[in-house]
Design a protein around this ligand. Structure first.
Ligand code: GLY
Length: 304
């Protein structure tokens, strides 16, 4: 019997002062929802799914409704979750008509022999499994229309600013440990601002933006996806926990490696099956919250 743990993140970038409260409230709400699942004896997999749904439903974050727009002004979403007990995973990529892609990903994990669906095939799979589809316009909010307009109006910005840590990277994620000793991870994103249609980031790729194995760790990353993909960073981190390193140390090392090797930026949360966890970011801020039976913590730019 294990003591449950949940950690959630809501993006790593230079979160401005006026958005701090919304971000911290969002991750705290995600953790509170997941905690009710874990306290009631629910699985880590259910807990991370519910945590991510809360953040997809919160338009403060780059996930679900309110996500960044691609260069054609559409929302395209990616999500993945993974069960550390069985190594089963489910992911969807480039979906345009699903408000909660993590729900569709969960259906892939639970009800498909496959692991990954993209675009129209993912939407068809979702519909066939009772996930509601919606017009893409329902996922678009005026803030993001204006953000894209301003970005595209600045040609120099489009060339140099897109992957700055000052630009929002509000990908969300969660990792959890349940009473049975199983861990799970989930990550969901709208990707990067002004991305090319069909561009897939790290978030929904196993081992890049998300990974879970009871024999190593549950990991979720956030930040600029392409460098994270090059390093298969979530699996890199899980392997180092499996080698006996503490998650807090691995999280810091992962950020050093990301910066040094590929000049990347972002954040990471890591949880081992023994309940040890760590988080780190090499951006000015990262929104996070955690809960254990003894402690509820949250923050914007410091480790617990
Ligand atoms: N980390 C989110 C993305 O780059 O798509």
């Amino acid at each position: 019997m294990s003591e449950p743990v949940i950690i959630a993140h809501g993006g790593a970038w230079a979160i401005p002062d006026n958005l701090v409260e919304a971000h911290v409230n969002g991750v705290r709400e995600a953790v509170a929802t997941a905690w009710r699942v874990l306290e009631g004896g629910g699985s880590a997999l259910d807990a991370v799914e519910e945590a991510v749904v809360v953040m997809e439903d919160d338009d403060s974050f780059d996930a679900g409704r309110g996500s960044f727009l691609n260069r054609e002004g559409k929302v395209q979403l990616d999500a993945l979750l993974m069960d550390g007990a069985t190594l089963r995973a489910g992911g969807v990529g480039c979906v345009e008509h699903i408000a909660n892609p993590i729900r569709a990903a969960r259906k892939v994990l639970s009800e498909s022999p496959h692991i990954y669906f993209v675009a129209e095939g993912a939407e068809r799979f979702a519909r066939e499994h009772d996930i509601p589809l919606c017009p893409n316009e329902d996922l678009i909010i005026p803030r993001e229309v204006e953000r894209l307009r301003a970005f595209q109006a600045t040609a120099a910005g489009a060339q140099t600013g897109l992957f700055s840590p000052m630009i929002s990277h509000d990908t969300v994620g969660a990792v959890a440990l349940d009473r049975s000793g199983n861990i799970a991870a989930a990550t969901s994103t709208g990707g990067t601002l002004n991305k090319a249609p069909g561009r897939l980031g790290d978030s929904s790729l196993i081992g890049c933006g998300c990974y879970a194995d009871n024999e190593s760790a549950a990991v979720s990353t956030t930040g600029w996806g392409e460098p994270i993909m090059k390093l298969v960073l979530a699996k890199w981190a899980a392997d180092r926990v499996a080698s006996g390193n503490l998650p807090a140390w691995v999280a810091a090392e992962a950020m050093n490696y990301l910066k040094k090797r590929v000049n990347g930026h972002g954040g990471i949360i890591i949880l081992s099956a023994s309940g040890r966890f760590g988080l780190a970011h090499n951006t000015p801020r990262m929104a996070w919250a955690s809960r254990t039976p003894r402690e509820l913590s949250s923050g914007i730019n410091c480790v617990p």
